[in-house]
Ligand binder design. Structure first.
Ligand code: 13P
Length: 249
């Protein structure tokens, strides 16, 4: 059965003090029954937060991982390092990584395979720019991102993927995709997964929506049949706001 997931992507935010405070609030509130909460935290805080937060339905994730197993890549973090800490999830393919760090589909596929080989589950992101959305090519564009990456995996590997659809025009802009726009894309992704891996696997795949999700809009977005939760940026930095989102299923 597919999971309902509330994931918070803290991006490059929070001091250690703020990270502790925020995670304490979320742990205290607890993840509602049947909801998996994943906190995607800056890598310097992973160890500390894993110790206090990673149990049952609250998990700590990395926001990125390098696409080579090890070696002379100063400043980078490997899947082996993450798995030696006990990390179970990693964000791969966020549009900010694609844009600012020039991560191509090939690189993202390498990262995905390495993560899976270490037993770490990817939250694999996809999403189109405003220009592509306006041109009407958004469905094809996003499906191509997936066809060139996770849809080439073996079925056994694919079962461990969570997909996050994040339209770039809705990230940090306050402009959210309408629930109908999210549903249209999610249904089209699920349909493509079914074509490649079969309907049963498609039904079991969690597809999250990301882009200006907040306490006030989460419920109507999550209510759509193909939306299985959210990957939340800005609003995940506010404890009360994020707890409202966790309780919006
Ligand atoms: P916002 O929720 O700030 O729009 O960010 C979404 C996002 O990029 C999550 O990964």
């Amino acid at each position: 059965m597919r999971k309902k997931i509330a994931a918070g992507n803290w991006k490059m935010n929070c001091t250690l003090e703020k990270a502790s405070e925020l995670s304490n609030k979320i742990i205290e509130a607890g993840s509602p029954d049947g909801v998996l909460t994943i906190l995607c935290v800056p890598s310097v805080y992973i160890s500390t937060l894993l110790d206090k937060a990673s149990h049952g339905n609250i998990q700590i994730a990395a926001q990125n991982v390098h696409h080579k197993p090890s070696g002379a890549y100063t400043g980078e973090i490997s899947v082996e390092m993450l798995s030696s800490l006990g990390v179970k999830y990693v964000v791969i393919g966020h549009s900010e990584r694609r844009e600012y760090f020039h991560e191509t589909n090939d690189i993202l596929l390498e990262k995905t395979k390495l993560a899976l080989s270490a037993g770490i589950l990817p939250l694999f992101c996809c999403g189109e720019s405003l220009e592509i959305r306006k041109s009407g090519a958004h469905l094809d564009f996003v499906l191509d991102q997936l066809r060139e990456t996770i849809l080439t995996l073996s079925v056994e590997d694919f079962k461990n993927i969570v997909i996050a659809y994040e339209p770039i025009w809705a990230i940090g802009t306050g402009e959210t995709a309408s629930p109908e726009q999210a549903q249209e894309m999610h249904a089209s992704i699920r349909n493509e997964v079914a074509k490649v891996f079969g309907q049963e696997i498609a039904n079991d795949t969690s597809i999250l929506y990301g882009g200006s999700v907040k306490g006030a809009n989460a419920k109507e977005i999550f209510a759509k049949p193909d939306v299985d939760g959210g990957l939340v940026g800005g609003a995940s930095l506010n404890g009360e706001e994020f707890i409202t989102i966790m309780n919006s299923f």
